[in-house]
Design a protein around this ligand. Structure first.
Ligand SMILES: [Zn+2]
Length: 396
């Protein structure tokens, strides 16, 4: 349900000369109170990212009424007059952060309950493809956060802590440029504006929301002063190339694995590739770290421009805490390091703990059989601190 607010429109000319209208909402017919929840969200990226567009408080389910209402009550009634034409995406149900192919962080502790393509095996640009490669995290407090248009993402079932990397932003699904779509729902499916409502009248969002961001978080525009989340590189970065001693590859058929092909492209001008093949692993490759310190390591995989065309390479990570895994849209990536999330490791070399990828991607035959290629190259491990990682948020 949406509380409809007949606006008393007032034309306002701002300093930039842009003409838009700001409403003075009527008094609420049913005053609504915050539900007594504590703020729980942390910034889902490193550094500072711009927001464009915001959440539309009127019909935020991609419905349209030709009106865009921002968290602070600013209201645009002429869609063609919006700044850059995109600030007021009528019906937008979340926040878009301007991000290139950059790490996406869990906004709070929780469990990844949904992951993968919004429409299975579909990555093309069409409205019904929606969020593309995406993840949803259930935070156990009645709320779920969603991360859309990703290029790599942890699979479902994994527990994450606030600030832990869960994947990489991108441009998949119904998206016309690289960004992270972030939105918040409750477990009943109601959309919430995590910035709450600071307008002078009733919150047109229903049920009413409050500011969900923790104090001091950069993404928190609810008030106060915040600083960007630093990208913590704590002590060690290790690259394992596909020609190093702690890389190996094999296959079910045994040596010499004729369908592993080499190509002189990618990191250190060398990569391996093989054809994607259904759901049974026939060919696999493995990187086994040899680390100076234990901790939580963010793992990046290098995706070359050529011979890497699978839509869902499945990287598995064997850790002291159990298995983790992530999908990577190799098709949409060219000569790029992408995060597949952060995982705990012990120090030293241990053959039980490694990163493993196979030709079994599970992609459907109509688009991939015999043609899609799994391309593998170097991986990189970046220590993000101890295994119970808490992002450092500095305040002045
Ligand atoms: Zn969006």
């Amino acid at each position: 349900m949406h509380v409809q607010l007949p606006p008393k429109a007032i034309a306002v000319t701002v300093a930039a000369g842009l003409l838009f209208t700001v409403s003075v909402p009527t008094q609420p017919t049913q005053p609504v109170q915050a539900q007594g929840q504590a703020p729980f969200l942390t910034t889902p990226y490193y550094g500072h990212k711009a927001i464009n567009p915001f959440f539309d408080h009127e019909y935020p389910y991609y419905g349209t009424n030709q009106i865009f209402t921002r968290y602070d009550g600013s209201r645009w009634t002429n869609m063609s007059g919006c700044t850059l034409g995109v600030n007021c995406y009528d019906g937008h149900n979340g926040y878009d952060f301007a991000m290139w192919y950059e790490s996406v962080l869990a906004a709070a502790d929780g469990t990844v309950t949904t992951s993968g393509w919004y429409v299975p095996n579909c990555r093309d640009f069409r409205r019904e493809r929606g969020y593309g490669l995406r993840a949803e995290i259930n935070h156990g407090n009645g709320y779920i956060t969603r991360y859309g248009h990703l290029s790599a993402v942890m699979t479902q079932g994994q527990h994450v802590t606030a600030g832990q990397a869960i994947g990489t932003s991108g441009n998949t699904g119904y998206s016309s440029g690289e960004h992270l779509h972030f939105d918040v729902r409750d477990t009943s499916g109601n959309q919430f504006d995590p910035f709450g409502w600071r307008g002078s009248g009733a919150d047109p969002n229903s049920p009413a929301s409050w500011c969900m961001w923790k104090s001091g978080e950069w993404a928190n525009l609810c008030g106060g002063i915040s600083q960007p989340v630093p990208e913590l590189i704590d002590g060690q970065v290790q690259i394992i190339d596909d020609l190093d001693y702690n890389f190996s590859k094999s296959c079910a058929a045994g040596y010499p694995c004729p369908d592993w092909y080499a190509a002189n492209i990618g990191h250190n001008s060398h990569m391996w590739w093989t054809y994607v093949n259904g759901t049974t692993p026939d060919y696999w490759a493995k990187w086994t770290p040899n680390l100076l310190r234990p901790g939580l390591y963010e793992i990046f995989v290098n995706v070359p421009c050529n011979n890497a065309t699978t839509w869902q390479a499945l990287y598995n990570v064997a850790t002291p805490s159990g298995w983790g895994s992530a999908y990577v849209d190799q098709y949409g990536l060219c000569d790029r390091w992408v995060s597949i999330g952060s995982y705990p490791f012990r120090q030293g070399y241990n053959p039980d703990y490694y990163v493993w990828v196979t030709d079994a991607t599970g992609e459907e035959s109509q688009h991939c059989s015999g043609t899609c290629r799994l391309g593998i190259d170097a991986i990189k491990l970046v220590r993000r601190g101890r295994s119970t990682y808490v992002p450092i948020t500095m305040r002045p």
